[in-house]
Write a protein that binds this ligand. Structure first.
Ligand SMILES: *Cc1c(COP(=O)(O)O)cnc(C)c1O
Length: 386
């Protein structure tokens, strides 16, 4: 539990926020690989920077506090964080994954962990009655994204955690899209939270990083051991950048969400748009569940244009909004999931889970909303097939 009452304050003052030695209001970048020992076995708390580094430690304490967890761990990317967490499993174990998780998470299980006989099943975590039937004896963990990428499918985290715990599963939630400012999965019953901190937590599209937070001592000791053994740690400078980004998370998210709500409304009322996927829209799948477990619908929107619009032309015509992988930065980004973020998922599976070739994913930035909307409007207009 945070020693601060509100997340906005903990974002700025949580973890280790002041340099004890000098009073510097920012944690210095301890750019060192090793530490002088005062004698044999006489360390001053640090021995080697893969094992521990004061800048990384400040970040790790901060994210643990923000997620309301026991301990936090910083990695060189979101995928490195997921790799460390999945390394808790053994060969023969099976993992359930939400039906539209991040493409890289799918690929990690499908193409890497399968070499070690760790299997996966794509599960319908959004439908709790179906979900329970998918838990076979070998299932040891579930990975949930809510809202899930790219159709913004909402899973009832508390309900899925309860069912999963009845069967002894480890409940892992990828909280990248929501951040601890909007949603706190550990409070909803999850055991582990992971982040691609590359996205909203960093917030400026200038650092690739990952975080994991666990809720008790036993998994904390295991992850610490795995982190040190496998070595995918976050560098001191990148740890500093992340701490810096996190300080402004609340104000950035407030603007991201304000802009996303306006954009979702605009798209919903546009004649060129067939479907809008945004958990903040009242008629969207999981609206009530999301409202219960998260502060709002976040700032990620997917949509499809009607058949008489050329999406390639749409992407080419955007001037302010960039066509790029990634999300969660201050700038608005648009992407084409079927050929970009979700290309590692086979066409068959994409079709089954509803990721159509016409789907467009938009990470709504914090620019002036009028500028975002007029850019989308002019690109849609140019994309019309006449
Ligand atoms: C980007 C992303 C990841 C992977 O994180 P990296 O930092 O790119 O390694 C994992 N999960 C989600 C939901 C993401 O958006």
């Amino acid at each position: 539990m945070s020693k601060f009452l509100n997340t906005e304050t903990a974002l700025i003052h949580g973890g280790i926020s002041i340099d004890e030695r000098t009073g510097a209001v920012n944690v210095p970048i301890y750019q060192t690989s090793t530490y002088k020992q005062d004698g044999l076995g006489k360390m001053r708390g640090y021995e080697y920077s893969r094992t521990g580094n004061p800048t990384r430690e400040a970040l790790e304490k901060l994210i643990a506090e923000l997620e309301g967890g026991y301990a936090g761990f910083a990695f060189a990317s979101g995928m490195a964080a997921l790799t460390a967490v999945l390394s808790l499993l053994k060969s023969g174990d099976r993992v359930l994954i939400s039906s539209n998780v991040y493409g890289g998470t799918f690929r990690l299980l499908d193409k890497v962990f399968n070499h070690f006989s760790i299997n996966y099943t794509i599960a319908d975590t959004a439908d709790t009655s179906v979900y329970e039937t998918q838990i076979t004896d070998d299932v040891k963990a579930v990975i949930i994204e809510s809202p899930a990428n790219p159709l913004m499918t909402v899973t009832d985290i508390k309900a899925v955690a309860e069912i999963s715990h009845k069967h002894g599963l480890l409940v892992i939630v990828d909280n990248t899209f929501m951040t601890p400012y909007l949603q706190k999965p550990l409070e909803l019953g999850a055991d582990i939270v992971v982040h691609s901190a590359t996205k909203y937590l960093g917030g400026h599209s200038d650092v690739v990083s990952g975080l994991a937070v666990v809720n008790s001592q036993e998994p904390a000791e295991k992850i610490a051991f795995i982190q040190n053994s496998t070595g995918g740690v976050l560098a001191p400078f990148d740890s500093f950048l992340l701490i810096r980004g996190i300080k402004t998370l609340a104000v950035r998210m407030d603007r991201h969400v304000y802009n996303a709500e306006k954009t979702a409304e605009f798209l919903s009322n546009h004649k060129a748009v067939k479907n809008v996927y945004y958990p903040g829209l009242e008629n969207s799948q999981g609206y009530e569940t999301n409202k219960r477990q998260a502060k709002n619908g976040g700032a990620m929107i997917s949509f499809e244009l009607n058949e008489n619009y050329d999406i390639e032309k749409f992407f080419e015509s955007l001037e302010l909004v960039s066509l790029a992988e990634s999300l969660g930065g201050v700038e608005s980004l648009v992407c084409h999931p079927s050929t970009m973020t979700h290309a590692s998922i086979t066409a068959d599976i994409r079709k089954k889970v509803g990721i159509t070739d016409g789907l467009i994913r938009l990470s709504v930035g914090i620019e002036n909303i009028d500028d975002i909307l007029s850019d989308i409007a002019q690109a849609v207009e140019k994309a019309e097939i006449k």
